[in-house]
Design a binder for this molecule. Structure first.
Ligand code: PEP
Ligand code: MG
Length: 903
């Protein structure tokens, strides 16, 4: 087994296609080396070694020898030697999993600096201060990553070793009257390093290893161990990254961005990751090392004019300070983007006017950037439509449909402060200062905003639970910004006016103190922060031309029709604007809760006899006709599937005593008699009780009234030259005879209305397929219907025997113990419920090849389920209006996967 893959001098053992083996970072370092891009030489220890280590708790026998051989080659390439006292080579050790996990795994820089090698490096660089600064950084990173985190030591919140070391640094600065780190002298730094070591020894109970080989192996082992650290596991669970993947370790010659004013470091994107605009975008810091930009300890400068934000418009750009280097960097980013045909996120270091690339990877972007980049790359002939469609995911579309702050209300609000706009949209929430609080407040149903100085991977669970994230430090590429952008979460970073006290749970800004629980509002698109709450407003996608183009592209590819589940004309219009091609489910029950109607509904339910019932129900006819008229008109000429009354009747009955008295007096009966009638309707298992088509069978006048209302509305619209297309749907059918019973009533009403109004019209009659028995007997049912609409909510309920209303009580246990991998009411259970669905489709189409088949359960808006319905040859899916664009895209992606042959 080959453990080590070397990259040096324009030639690498691996390439970009070796991601599984070398991790993303290692594979791309190899690829860049092969492309002739300047990369400091190094080697990657493969993910297989990680798996071996995880399984056996030790390394493969020959690993030490192989690392030694690789080091010899790197020494030669650099004309230096690791551990040598006169001409020491320093190394970085970084992790790199198959999929980028920002900040999750660890980095140690400057490995190889020891009391033995320090004098040699000072002689060589003639810069004692630089060497001790590098040593200080090594001690800090090593103590934090290797000696604390990888060793599994859990420090109390805010008392980790890094924090203690930082406090020591601050103490020294105060006692010396120094403001900035750069004013520290080499003597200051030497003292600091010794104090650091003592602090490490007393806090972690171990000595910092002043030996090059121990540092190297400590670093390598820490990377492997951190794969199974708490934070890495938490991130993997959220992102569904399998545990078996493991991480690779990259060991690379150090280059220094902190060697003076001709040195620098930076992070950049080949296109703007917030807007998607095709302009090179990034941040840099002069005379700084590696993680300074990402860690958010100093607020970086913009790379060029295009990277300037209003908050930092007076900062120096790289293209003005080092124009030649900037041109080279620009050429490299262009080359990389053309090569990978994808937006790149790059890290670079400039050492004494020499440019080195340290990383390239696919850049994380927010939703609007993802859409714009995908669309523009097709227009630039860089990628084809299939690739573009696969580049945008459901969450990104969801994000661009996220609410923004109401502009008028925002204009009126008092600005508290502002920072960098790191994550889109607007959010209001109550302030919390720790990730754990964010999580527990969220669990209690509160909306929270997590406020921190800067975030770290330890905070991801709290960031996930928050509406928004606000930090006082950091740039657009800081941890908070990267993670928030990845999730499409509202986020503002680098809000330098904020003074955050985590301990006191308060923040001070411009003389105003806010405490835990106070409300805050954030505009993540502009970077503005306001006290209190500001209303949010719906997003207007109509202005987003890239979104429209992407949707058109999706429509060209998809085979599935997309309908919507709505029961009002307003929502029907909203859904149409999102691209719905009809209504797949119009639930009629909500219509009866209107105060003008509920009393007739209740009278109908508690009626003693048929006559009383008919009288009450016919009072509802004009109301229902008005409802259907509005909806059919809003959707014409698209079809509207109207479902007959479905829920158990007791849901409509009064609960409060004054409502009871009111109804009793309306009916002219005593409250006691009314109570008795209501008691008679009580069911132990209403979800399996008197509901669905069973209502229309017991009380045919309900079906008759609803059918008449639908058809009278249809006829009226036709007389008004509209093109209504009603589809009447019978719910909860388990056997064909139930359907036949209902269909007779529906057809009779249609015939009557056409005659009475002398207006012929088209309509369809079909059924929900939402019971296992309906799937099993779909061949019988299909002969009598024109369409099937799968009700996967009830089908999931009745297949699993899980009450859809009570699953919350036990689902968390099921997920935690991996008895279920996901909530089956969210994403269809393909192995169980899916088999019944397939059976229903095959049996149905077997006898009725014109049978139209749709789905109107919640799964109709879930991308994975949509892929399943596509494969199962459905005609359409139906979902809530806001999921319609997601469904359009998911349906196109399903077809792209289908034609690409890897479904
Ligand atoms: C279903 O059961 O999937 C369905 C769409 O109907 P409802 O959710 O109204 O029961
Ligand atoms: Mg149902």
């Amino acid at each position: 087994m080959k453990h080590i893959y070397i990259f040096k001098n324009g030639k690498a053992d691996g390439s970009a296609s070796d991601k599984n083996l070398l991790g993303g970072k290692g594979a791309n370092l190899a690829e860049m080396t092969n492309l002739g891009i300047p990369v400091p030489p190094g080697f990657t220890i493969s993910t297989k070694v990680c798996s071996y280590y995880m399984e056996k708790g030790s390394y493969p026998e020959d690993l030490t020898e192989k690392v030694g051989e690789a080091l010899t080659k790197i020494n030669a390439a650099m004309k230096q030697e690791f551990g040598n006292r006169d001409n020491p080579l320093l190394l970085s050790v970084r992790s790199g999993a198959r999929q980028s996990m920002p900040g999750m795994m660890e980095t140690v820089l400057n490995i190889g600096l020891t009391p033995e090698t320090i004098p040699g490096l000072i002689r060589k660089t003639q810069d004692k201060r630089f060497v001790y600064d590098a040593y200080r950084r090594l001690i800090t990173m090593y103590a934090d990553v290797v000696m604390e985190k990888a060793a599994g030591i859990e420090a109390p919140e805010g008392r980790g070793i890094r924090k203690l070391l930082d406090e020591k640094l601050e103490e020294l600065k105060t006692s010396e009257g120094i403001i900035s780190d750069s004013q520290l002298t080499s003597e200051n730094l030497m003292t600091l390093c010794e104090e650091y070591k003592l602090l490490i020894q007393s806090n972690l109970g171990d000595e910092f290893p002043d030996d090059a080989q121990s540092q190297l192996w400590g670093g390598i082992t820490a990377v492997f161990k951190s794969w199974n650290g708490k934070r890495a596991i938490s991130y993997r669970n959220i992102e569904h990254i399998p545990n078996e993947w493991g991480t690779a370790v990259n060991v690379q010659a150090m280059v220094f961005g902190n060697m003076g004013r001709e040195s620098a470091t930076g992070v950049a994107f080949s296109r703007n990751p917030s807007t998607g605009e095709n302009k090179f975008y990034g941040e840099w810091l002069q005379n700084a090392q590696g993680e300074d930009v990402v860690a958010g300890l100093r607020t970086p400068n913009p790379l060029n004019e295009a990277s300037k934000t209003s908050a930092g418009s007076d900062l120096h750009t790289l293209d003005s300070v080092m124009p030649d280097i900037y041109v080279k960097l620009d050429q490299i980013q262009n080359k990389l983007e053309k090569h990978y045909k994808e937006m790149q996120d790059i890290e670079f270091t400039i050492q004494n006017n020499n440019l080195w690339m340290l990383q390239t990877r696919t850049g994380k972007r927010n939703g609007s950037a993802a859409v714009r980049i995908a669309v523009e790359m097709v227009e630039e002939n860089l990628i084809d439509e299939k690739t573009a469609l696969m580049r945008v995911n459901a969450d990104q579309l969801d994000e661009i449909m996220h609410p923004m702050l109401d502009e008028k209300a925002e204009r009126r609000a008092d600005l508290l402060t502002s920072g960098l706009p790191a994550g889109p949209g607007g959010a209001s929430g109550q302030i919390v200062f720790s990730a754990d609080d964010a999580e527990s407040w969220h669990k209690d149903g509160k909306r929270v905003i997590l406020v921190r100085n800067e975030t770290s991977p330890e905070d991801v669970h709290g960031m996930y639970a928050s509406e928004a994230i606000l930090t006082s430090r950091g740039g657009m590429t800081s941890h908070a910004a990267l993670v928030a952008r990845g999730w499409g979460k509202c986020c503002v970073v680098g809000c330098s006016e904020l003074i955050v006290s985590i301990q006191k749970k308060s923040l001070l800004v411009n003389g105003i103190t806010l405490k835990e629980g106070d409300w805050l509002t954030i505009n993540g698109s502009s970077g503005k922060v306001y006290p209190g709450q500001i209303p949010l407003k719906d997003v207007n996608l109509g202005d987003n031309k890239y979104f429209k183009k992407l949707m058109k592209m999706a429509d060209r590819w998809r085979k599935l029709g997309i309908r919507t589940n709505v029961d009002s004309p307003t929502d029907a219009i909203k859904a149409r604007n999102f691209g719905a091609e009809g209504i797949g489910l119009c639930r009629t029950e909500h219509m009866f809760f209107d105060p003008k109607r509920i009393s007739s509904m209740r009278k109908m339910i508690v009626a003693k006899n048929k006559n009383e019932r008919r009288k009450a129900i016919m009072k509802l006819l004009p109301h229902q006709k008005k409802d259907f008229y509005g909806i059919l008109k809003a959707m014409a000429p698209h079809p509207v599937t109207i479902r007959l009354l479905d829920p158990p009747l007791h849901e409509f009955l009064p609960q409060e005593s004054d409502q009871m008295e009111h109804l009793a007096s309306d009916l002219g009966i005593s409250t006691n008699e009314l109570k008795e009638r209501i008691d008679n309707l009580h069911e132990l298992n209403p979800m399996l009780g008197h509901r669905g088509c069973r209502l229309g069978i017991s009380f045919p006048e309900i079906t008759e009234m609803q059918a008449r209302a639908i058809f009278e509305a249809t006829a009226q619209l036709i007389l008004e030259n509209e093109l209504p297309l009603p589809e009447v749907m019978v719910p909860l059918v388990g056997s064909v005879s139930e359907f036949i019973h209902q269909r007779k009533i529906i057809d009779l009403e249609a015939e009557r209305v056409q005659k009475e109004l002398d207006t012929p019209f088209k309509y369809l009659v079909g059924t929900m397929i939402e019971l296992p028995r309906a799937c099993a007997t779909a061949n019988e049912i299909a002969k009598k219907v024109q369409f099937f609409s799968f009700g996967t909510n009830d089908l999931t309920q009745t297949t699993f025997g899980f009450s859809r209303d009570d699953i919350g009580g036990f689902l968390p246990d099921y997920l935690e113990q991996q008895i279920l991998t996901h909530d089956p009411f969210q994403s269809i259970d393909q192995k169980g419920v899916g088999v019944l669905v397939k059976m229903g489709v095959e049996k149905g189409r077997g006898v009725n090849k014109n049978l139209k088949i749709g789905i109107c359960g919640e799964h109709g808006g879930d991308p994975e389920s949509i892929h399943f319905f596509h494969k199962t040859k459905f005609d359409y899916v139906s979902c809530s209006p806001f999921r319609v664009p997601i469904a359009r895209l998911a349906a196109a992606q399903a077809e792209v996967i289908n034609v690409s042959g890897n479904s």
